[in-house]
Ligand binder design. Structure first.
Ligand code: C2E
Ligand code: CA
Ligand code: CA
Length: 819
């Protein structure tokens, strides 16, 4: 009952002068307790689905509605305008129903979807509900007078109620913790209280004794007690329901955990990529305790082999990376977690992880048995085809050589018949062992069945030499008798060889042709090997003869060293010679080194041959009047011999040649086989004062790093580039580049194979240091060097622009080569 003035003031006067403040307090307490319970229930409801959700919603609406209503009712009892008051029971009851209905629908709208819009709309509904309840309740209020409403204040009260309810839902709508729920409850409560008392201050009562006020059955105090305790019970009931329910779900969780831990499979629960929970089996797989795992990204311990297929329910394979130890192959099924009633767990994925180690081992074992021969353990016929095809693919890419060697034991059947199967088995096992000891991966041996074996040779060396060498070795190894119960069982073997790609490009063709060759080997009396193509046999025989002749030739002094001059490009002065070996074969005549050096290298003759050339060259050079340099070529095999430095040292001492005059030429490829050892040798040679030249530069890898790894004293540009100067742009560019490289590394560069005046002019123009080639002088016997080695010798005519003469020896070799 007010006389105007600002609303706030009216509100305060209305509250303090016309209300029993003790009852106001009770109303407030009911309101706060009710609103808090409402939010507890609401939050629980959001976690449920279906009928359970509907039941929770109903309970929420009931608690909220009755709380709002009780607040209003008790506050009305507290209202004492000084006149007789009463309530019509229908209106009062109607207002309770309205409250519950609005509350339930407000919460239903707010929770329909997780969005602020929904919270907002729900809040508006709640606020309007409070207003509707309030004013319906007021219409049931009768007093001795007429109520006059101040409409602006009524509007304000509704706004305050809506504001309180909306902010309660927007802020506390997604509350999970009790604190958040209390926050939401308080805001709602604030809205209710504000609405109520603002609404009350909008009333002005004009007394009229004529208005009949219904008699109240109960006194205000008893009414308050009744309403308060009923509402209290409803509120308590709501709270109790939440408490009981969460207790049951806790024990259900406990049961689930025990069940999960009993599972043999690893189970891990993942939320947004992070581990949320895991069972004992999973922890054991990873080798960690659960607390160490929780919160970690799953990818830290589990990776999938294929990255694409992560649909639910699809089987995927992957690997567990344990905290310690080797990774474990696993299969994984994933599933979105759904326990029916709760949706707040969604977004969780459960992965079932099964250890595949045992299965893999079993599969491995089965595969092994399927692909290997039970007796010898060698790959069997089944797997040979695939292995051979893989080897062919490999050499096609790598440029290595490949041969297929078919092996048949001679007289195996007789041994088997005579000594029994046990002896036969023993022979086969021993054969397999010997074959395997003779080769290295990627070469491999296989058993075709019976006494037939196959060796597939993948080699770095040239064919047919490499296959011939291995075949010869195999025949020798297999001819060693096998000891069986004190008896020596002597067997032999016949071999047939086919070569890739000449005798076939496919596994089938290579095997068929090796078999044909084997047939020829058996025909020609066993104990031998035969190539598929007869020419190969001939060329092998040829090479074998050459090797035998060379061995004899070295002993018989058939080798000679010729010397080819090197001139300074600037002034044409001859500054040294390169020693080039030749072989005067008694029947075949002069043989060039390119034909017999490889044979010497294959047959272990390069050592003695190289020693001899070094000795000869140093001894010859020591006799020259001028202290010219002498260059000697080293084979890669010599370079890898640890005894090389001491040999060079000894030769220098015995010949009396100054170390500074000796130059050793090596090719880049000579360094590659055993880089460290080669480099060690080079360093020790250099320490003796000997110079080291890089020969044939441009033909190998020509890598800058080789030049950097060792301080070479000279680079020799290969003659294949020099001969193409002005003929091919590429060659010209390469020569220029090598000369530039030499200049920047401060290493002198020699051009080899210089034959024309044009080349000389070009090389001089490009600041090449030295020249070597027919234009300067051909390799000649030692006794025709005087023109250069005598103290009075003149500079090379060619470099100075004169015509070139030819010595007779080189014409001879030249003729042979072109023949
Ligand atoms: P290399 O070290 O590159 O030797 C240069 C080769 O080029 C020699 O062939 C030489 O006669 C030839 N040559 C020189 N000037 C010209 C020219 O103007 N035009 C043409 N077309 N060729 C020219 P040769 O003597 O047949 O030697 C061939 C290879 O044999 C040598 O190549 C070297 O790698 C090797 N060799 C020669 N003697 C020995 C030796 O005592 N020990 C070792 N390990 N290898 C040697
Ligand atoms: Ca050389
Ligand atoms: Ca060379």
């Amino acid at each position: 009952m007010t006389l105007g003035g600002p609303c706030v003031l009216k509100f305060l006067t209305c509250l303090t002068t016309e209300h029993d403040l003790r009852l106001v307090l009770v109303a407030g307490l009911v309101c706060i307790a009710g609103c808090f319970t409402t939010f507890r229930l609401y939050s629980r409801m959001r976690g449920a689905r279906g009928v359970v959700r509907a039941a929770w919603l109903l309970l929420t609406g009931l608690v909220a509605g009755s709380s709002v209503w009780a607040t209003h009712f008790i506050a009305m009892v507290a209202y004492t305008p000084g006149l007789k008051t009463g309530y019509s029971p229908t209106g009062t009851l109607l207002s309770l129903m309205i409250a519950a209905l609005f509350m339930a629908s407000g919460f239903a709208v707010a929770s329909a979807q997780r969005s602020t819009t929904n919270d907002f709309a729900g809040g508006v509904l709640l606020g309007l509900g409070v207003a509707a309840m309030h004013y319906t309740g007021m219409s049931a209020f009768v007093t001795q007078g007429h109520l006059v409403w101040e409409h602006a204040t009524v509007g304000l009260s509704a706004i305050l109620g809506v504001a309180g309810a909306t902010s309660a839902l927007v802020i506390g709508g997604n509350a999970r913790t009790v604190k958040q729920q209390a926050m939401g409850g308080s805001l709602l409560c604030l809205g209710i209280v504000a609405l109520h008392f603002t609404g009350m201050s909008a009333i002005t009562i004009i007394p009229d004794a004529g208005v009949a006020v219904p008699e109240q059955l109960l006194s205000g105090f008893v009414l308050t007690l009744a309403v308060g305790s009923i509402t209290g019970m409803i509120i308590l009931g709501g709270l109790g329901a939440v408490a009981i329910e969460s207790q049951t779900s806790r024990s259900a969780l406990e049961r689930i955990r025990r069940l999960a831990n009993a599972a043999y499979e690893g189970l891990v629960v993942v939320q947004s990529g992070k581990i949320n929970d895991a069972n004992a089996a999973f922890c054991e797989l990873v080798g960690a305790e659960l607390p160490e795992l929780v919160g970690r990204p799953l990818t830290g311990v589990l990776t999938f082999d294929d990255k694409t297929n992560d649909r639910e329910g699809v089987r995927r394979e992957g690997k567990i990376q344990p905290f310690a130890g080797r990774e474990i192959p696993v299969e994984v099924f994933s599933r979105l977690m759904d326990d029916g009633a709760r949706v707040e767990t969604s977004g969780l994925t459960v992965l079932a992880v099964r250890d595949l180690r045992e299965r893999r081992a079993a599969e491995e074992k089965i595969r092994y048995l399927a692909e290997h021969d039970g007796l010898t353990g060698l790959p069997n016929r089944n797997s040979l085809q695939a292995r051979l095809a893989a080897a062919v693919e490999r050499v096609e890419a790598s440029g290595e050589s490949l041969s297929v060697i078919c092996i048949d034991l001679d007289h195996f059947k007789e041994a088997n018949d005579q000594h029994g199967h046990v002896a036969g088995d023993l022979i086969l096992v021993e054969t397999a062992r010997r074959l395997q000891s003779a080769i290295q991966a990627p070469s491999f041996a296989a058993r075709l069945g019976g006494d037939e074996f196959i060796v597939v040779q993948v080699a770095g060396g040239d064919q047919p030499t490499a296959a011939a060498e291995l075949s010869g070795r195999l025949i020798e190894m297999l001819s060693v008798p096998v000891n069986y119960e004190g008896q020596e069982l002597a067997l032999g073997s016949s071999l047939g060889v086919s070569l890739f790609p000449d005798d076939g490009r496919t596994a089938e063709a290579l095997m068929a042709n090796a078999d044909m060759a084997l047939y020829r080997a058996k025909e020609s009396g066993r104990g031998v090997y035969r190539f598929f193509k007869r020419e190969m046999d001939d060329s092998i025989r040829e090479r074998r003869n050459l090797a035998r002749d060379l061995r004899q030739g070295i002993a018989d002094d058939e080798l000679v060293v010729h010397y080819q001059p090197l001139a300074r490009a600037a002034d044409g002065e001859v500054c040294g010679f390169e020693a080039l070996v030749r072989w005067k074969h008694p029947t075949r005549g002069m043989i060039p080194p390119l034909e017999f050096i490889p044979v010497a290298e294959e047959n272990g003759l390069i050592g003695p041959l190289g020693d001899w050339v070094l000795r000869r060259a140093c001894a010859d050079a020591a006799t020259w009047e001028k202290p010219l340099r002498i260059a000697v070529n080293l084979s890669p095999i010599q370079l890898h011999n640890p005894a090389l430095p001491s040999l060079v040292h000894e030769v220098l001492i015995t010949s009396g040649l100054s170390p500074a005059r000796l130059e050793l030429e090596i090719t880049e490829s000579a360094l590659f086989k055993d880089y460290q050892r080669a480099l060690d040798n080079l360093r020790r040679l250099k320490a003796l004062g000997v110079r080291i030249a890089m020969d044939d530069f441009g033909t190998g890898f020509s890598s800058l790093s080789t030049l950097q790894s060792f301080p070479f004293d000279k680079i020799k540009i290969d003659k294949s580039f020099v001969e193409n100067i002005h003929r091919h742009d590429r060659a010209t560019v390469i020569v220029r580049a090598v000369l530039g490289l030499g200049r920047s590394l401060e290493i002198p560069v020699v051009a080899e194979g210089v034959e024309t005046q044009e080349q000389i002019v070009f090389l001089r123009g490009e600041n090449c240091t030295e020249l070597q080639g027919y234009a300067i002088g051909r390799p000649t016997p030692v006794d025709s060097l005087e023109a250069w080695t005598m103290a009075s010798a003149q500079p090379s005519a060619a470099v100075l622009g004169a015509e070139v003469e030819q010595t007779q020896d080189q014409a001879q070799i030249q003729g042979k080569r072109s023949a």
